[in-house]
Ligand binder design. Structure first.
Ligand code: AMP
Ligand code: MG
Length: 393
């Protein structure tokens, strides 16, 4: 049995960054930028009005000044003729100002009669102009690696970057194992249950940027497992669930070893999730998770997500947060306990309260939980009010 930290180090050693590819911006959401992207222009490319109103020369910006409107500058259709001192230019948000040295007076602050405007008695202290290059300059870069979210995509589009270099998405083959499993939509026999792990793991992997191949359920026979492992060929990462324990029907480790698995570890000092394994199988990494649905998903949070981040060139950070314990908890044994818990917001740190039942088969409780309370191995009892660490889920 190894610690969670050691297990994480070993799974990360199996997860090198994948090759990069170029994709159009429209396909880049959720991908990880592999090389810096460079702005091909300056934004805004001209000094522009930030408001609807009237552009005037700064020298005319006096309380009660009366000015004649000489023309108009709209977004996309600027005014090209000169605007002299004593004149005003009707201007709209995003429209170019005619030259430097002016201010924009908000339309709601002037009185307009025919062709003339009268400025208010109290003047605005701002010029309401966005200077050229205020946002970014040609040659400025968006640094890599970085996950491309809505903000980054908006920036790249504004930078006139039509395509970007991104890490290839990790292809993850998901294999559920067990004679008792049927797929959702099928009618389970009297001794059967639904295969939920493949769906939970696929959702988690896809949210972490993977392309998922959900393979057929492998039965608890060597032949069936071999067949399904064979279908996983070409994947970057093979994730199994179930069959990893010590029972007669737990054949995953043995079959994977027969197929060339170089095991990095088997068994982690954690609760739930002890019988997990990982290693290398040919060109792919292999992560063998326990069958219990909560164990599988907790391990996926702790190990699968960081592996997928690393394969996409990101630093695999596991962000724990702090909360105040809402109830007394007993000592932990020789394994780190990840307790399903609920968070309650307060003015300060949130309060964290573990659920009464921590059975690793309870998906209903997991679905209601918003945190895993981390109880380090060997830790003594903790009282309500103490500050503890948790993992948001
Ligand atoms: P195992 O690790 O194969 O001994 O499975 C442990 C428990 O998890 C058993 O109760 C299995 O029925 C259950 N289990 C295994 N695989 C799945 C799955 N894909 N979906 C839901 N439950 C599962
Ligand atoms: Mg099983």
């Amino acid at each position: 049995m190894i610690t969670v930290e050691e297990a994480l180090a070993r799974v990360l050693a199996l997860a090198a960054p994948l090759p990069t590819e170029t994709v159009p911006l429209r396909r880049a959401a959720g991908r990880v930028l592999a090389a810096p992207a460079t702005a091909t222009l300056t934004q805004p490319p001209f000094s522009a009005s930030a408001m609807d109103g009237y552009w005037i020369d700064a020298a005319d910006h006096r309380p009660g000044a009366v000015l004649r409107v000489a023309g108009q500058s709209a977004a996309g259709r600027g005014w090209t003729a000169p605007v002299a001192q004593g004149q005003a230019l009707r201007i709209f948000t995003g429209a170019p100002v005619p030259r430097d040295g002016g201010v924009v007076v908000l339309q709601e602050n002037v009185t307009r009669e025919g062709d003339t405007i009268t400025l208010p008695q109290t003047l605005d202290t701002q010029d309401n102009i966005r200077p050229r290059g205020q946002d970014f300059a040609q040659g400025d870069q968006l640094a890599a690696p970085r996950k491309l979210d809505a903000r980054a995509l908006g920036l790249l589009a504004a930078m006139n970057v039509p395509e970007v270099s991104v890490y290839r998405r990790p292809v993850v083959a998901i294999i559920a194992t067990g004679d008792e499993l049927v797929m959702p939509g099928e009618a389970p026999g009297p001794d059967q249950i639904l295969c939920s792990n493949s769906f939970a793991l696929a959702a988690l992997a896809e949210a972490a940027g993977a392309e998922v191949r959900m393979l057929p359920i492998a039965r608890d026979t060597e032949a069936s497992l071999r067949m399904v492992f064979d279908l996983a060929q070409g994947a970057d990462l093979i994730v199994t669930s179930g069959g990893a324990s010590v029972g007669e029907h737990d054949l995953v480790g043995q079959v994977a070893t027969d197929l060339g698995l170089e095991r990095a570890f088997w068994k982690i000092a954690m609760r739930p999730g002890k019988p997990s394994m990982a290693g290398r199988m040919g060109d792919a990494a292999m992560l063998g998770l326990p069958g219990n649905p909560v164990s599988a998903l907790v391990c996926a949070h702790l190990f699968l997500r960081p592996m997928l981040a690393a394969m996409q060139g990101l630093a695999p950070t596991q962000t724990t947060a702090r909360a105040v314990l809402g109830t007394d908890t007993g000592p932990t044994g020789p394994r780190t306990h990840y307790m399903r818990a609920r968070l309650t917001a307060t003015d300060g740190l949130p309060v964290i309260t573990p659920f009464g039942s921590q059975d690793s088969a309870l998906l209903g409780i997991l679905a209601e939980a918003d945190a895993l309370l981390i109880r380090p191995l060997g830790d003594g009892p903790r009282r309500a009010g103490e500050v503890v660490d948790y993992l948001p889920i």
